[in-house]
Ligand binder design. Structure first.
Ligand code: MCA
Ligand code: AMP
Length: 487
């Protein structure tokens, strides 16, 4: 079987990963990850403490080489979210950077340092196999990535090796992505966008990635002006770039020189597309994906960039729109909207420990995305909305309203709680908490509630605005009428 990372097997001396002043070539990565893989081998599952560091990239590559499913863990997970992910995925080992301080939920696991003290371990010379473990079967699970639903705790999407390989190779085709590409990247490493596209993508191509640690516009401009060719970001990042670029000729020049600017994880508003195009002469292209499906569509590098669309189905991906009764929509008329359903080698296999949820997610072999779209006459897909109002996309993160409501209801100062999303120019949507206080005279402050959610779940799930009510609007069945809240 061909290796998942050909450039590692070939011991390429070209740069592979750079995080700040720490960097590895493909050959050095092969040595470091190969040695760690030997220590991971045999584990049932391995958690990776997914800080935006070189350690995370080495840990994930090592687990892939060892054929052990890896669970990337948000290092900012709150107590409840972390306890759920650890209990549900039941890893037996955890990989972290040498200096990382792990919370009690992970401290009980056998801990492996991603990178030992330098120098790097020696490696047998290149050649078939080249001292790396044999390539596991394509159907074996590569990663388990947690993703929020409308209610309940996040579910672990089990992503097999073939899905990761299929999506990255379809993007090679769509984006003309080669070993000469150098990616600038500032996304978190515990989701598909940052980890699979941003780290595994360049490594599979034999190219390289420079990770900024945290997003900052100057860092993006600096790297694009010094050899980097691509930038992947969420719309919030492009919005901040659009706000800055008109008054920043250095940034405009850096973006103008990029080979490819890609946005994804949420819709990039047409206004931001236009502002960036006007200031740089460059068009951002959008691709559409999901944790469960990896990438489904993209505007091609050699295609017509069109603001407001996510382009065409990727190679190997079948995409259909269905109407409310589940019948396929044949029209390519730019106006008939239906739910996007997809099929192809890019799909996950199941939600871990959730056969009920897995079954509900498919219909006749098609995965129901819950996203609503229309198709232009030439096949370009335009996403126009989402079926579930209880899913919020904020900063490119998918966030379930129910999960936050449950945590708010655990606060002693809260009698009733509802969570909704409201349009936000920077985040796309902003989380709003509607609260009926237990003691109307002394309601918990907005800051206190935000801190409570951040401590239990994650900082990006915290409400940005809290509104206090005497009662929540409910229908005759007692169900909260969320649409009435905004009215
Ligand atoms: C704030 N912070 C707090 C609190 N308030 N911490 C604890 N308690 C609090 N009450 C901290 C935050 O952790 C953060 O720390 C800092 O304050 C700012 O937080 P925040 O306001 O949330 O940051 P932001 O400015 O809103 O961040 C914008 C962002 C971020 C950088 C665009 O949203 C982001 O990285 N988004 C990427 C999402 C993503 O990767 N999505 C992919 C999933 P510090 O500053 O130290 O961090 S979707 C996917 O994978 C599919 C397949 C797809 O299609 O791509
Ligand atoms: P996640 O579940 O976090 O993987 O997020 C997947 C969801 O992000 C999809 O179901 C879409 O709703 C949304 N999404 C991803 N890319 C785009 C895009 N380019 N335009 C609009 N929505 C997107």
């Amino acid at each position: 079987m061909s290796p998942f990372f050909p450039a590692l097997a070939a011991r390429s001396d070209r740069p592979a990963l750079r995080f700040g002043d720490r960097a590895l070539t493909h050959a050095e990565l092969a040595a470091a990850a190969g040695s760690l893989a030997a220590r991971i081998a045999g584990a049932r599952r391995v958690a990776v403490w997914a800080t935006p560091t070189l350690d995370t990239a080495v840990g994930v590559v090592a687990a892939l080489l060892a054929g052990v499913p890896v669970v990337p863990v948000n290092p900012r997970s709150g107590e409840r979210e972390l306890a759920h992910v650890v209990a549900d995925s039941a890893p037996t080992r955890v990989v972290a950077g040498q200096d990382a301080v792990l919370p009690p939920a992970l401290a009980a696991l056998e801990r492996l340092d991603a990178l030992g003290p330098s120098p790097l371990p020696a490696l047998p010379p290149a050649g078939p196999g080249a001292g790396l473990p044999p390539e596991p079967s394509p159907e074996s699970p590569a990663l388990i990535v947690y993703t929020s639903g409308t209610t309940g705790p996040p579910k672990g999407a089990v992503l097999p090796r073939r899905a990761v390989a299929a999506t990255l190779d379809a993007l090679e085709d769509a984006w003309q992505w080669t070993a000469d590409d150098v990616l600038v990247h500032a996304l978190p490493l515990f989701h598909v966008h940052g980890l699979i596209l941003g780290i595994l993508g360049p490594l599979r191509r034999g190219g390289s990635v420079r990770h900024l640690g945290l997003f900052d516009i100057e860092g993006v401009a600096r790297e694009l002006s010094s050899g980097a060719t691509m930038f992947f970001g969420v719309p919030t990042m492009y919005h901040r770039i659009a706000e800055a670029v008109t008054d920043d000729p250095g940034l405009a020049g850096a973006l103008a020189g990029a080979r490819l600017l890609v946005s994804g994880s949420a819709a990039l508003p047409v206004r931001d597309h236009r502002r960036i195009a006007a200031a740089t002469g460059r068009r951002v292209i959008e691709r559409y994906g999901m944790t469960e499906t990896l990438m489904n569509t993209s505007v091609r590098a050699d295609g017509e960039p069109r603001a407001g669309t996510v382009g065409l189905p990727l190679r190997g991906v079948e995409l259909r729109l269905v109407d409310e009764s589940g019948d396929p929509i044949e029209a390519y008329d730019g106006e008939t909207a239906g739910e996007i359903q997809v099929r192809g080698p890019n799909l996950f296999t199941e939600y871990l420990n959730r056969p009920d949820a897995t079954e509900a997610a498919f219909t006749e072999g098609w995965f129901r995305t819950g996203d609503m779209a229309i198709r232009d006459p030439d096949g370009y897909v335009r996403i126009v909305g989402r079926k579930a109002t209880d899913l919020i996309k904020s900063g490119g993160y998918k966030i379930g309203a129910g999960e936050i409501e449950n945590v708010l209801l655990d606060h002693p100062g809260v009698r009733e709680a509802a969570v909704t999303g409201e349009p936000d120019p920077d985040l796309g949507e902003r989380i709003i908490a509607w609260i009926v206080p237990a003691h109307p005279g002394s309601p918990p402050s907005a800051q206190e509630l935000a801190d409570h959610v951040a401590a239990q779940l994650a900082a990006h799930k915290r409400p940005r605005t809290v509104r206090y009510l005497d009662a929540l609007p409910r229908n005759d069945m007692g169900k909260i009428m969320k649409r009435a809240l905004h009215a």
